[in-house]
Design a protein around this ligand. Sequence first.
Ligand SMILES: [Zn+2]
Length: 193
Amino acid sequence: MFKRCNRCGATNLAFKNRCRRCNVKLNSNNLLAFSLAFCGFVFYIPANLFPIIETNKFFINYTNTIIDGILVLWEKGDYPIAVIVFIASVLIPVLKFIIIFYLVYSIKFRKCKNFRFKEKLYKFISVTGHWSLLDVFVVVVLSGLIHSESIFVRPREGALFFLIMVIFTVLSVMNLDLDELGEKCGYSRSKNR
Ligand SMILES: [Zn+2]
C-alpha cells in the first residue's frame, strides 16, 4: 500500500513515517489533531463526573470519582499515591489538552515566537503519549488500593470515558506536526525527532 505526501505529492510506502523526498511527516493533519483533542476533552468531562471505580464491602456499594479517590487517599495520609494519581489523571491530561490547543493555534496562525519552547512542548506530549495507557492502569489500580480490604473492585463508566479520552489524545498527538510551523518560521528540524 502507498501513501501520498501532502506537500510534494511523492508516493511513499504506507509504513513510512516521513516522506522519502521532502522528509515531511506523512498523514499529519493539524485540523484532525485539533478535532481529536476536542473529542478527547469532551470525554474528559464525564470521566471526572462519573465514578471510575466501584467497591463492595459487606454488601454495601461504594463508588468513587477520580477526584473523590484522590481526596480519600489524601485524607488517609497516602500523600505520595494521592500525588501520583493526581499527576497521572488530572495534571498530565489537562496539560496535554492545553499544549495541543496551543500548538494547533500556533501552527494555524503562524506564531513563530518561542518556537524552541514549542518544540519542547511537542516533545513532552509525544513522550507522555507512550505512557498514556499507563494513566488508566495507575488510576484503576491505585483506586483499588483505597479499599484494599474490600470484597470486589470493578471499574465503572468513568474509567471507560477516561480510556476513550486517552485514545483520542494519543491519536491527536499522532496527527499533530510541528514541522509545518518550523518550516514557515524558518527553523530546521532538530535531530532527535
Ligand atoms: Zn514529500
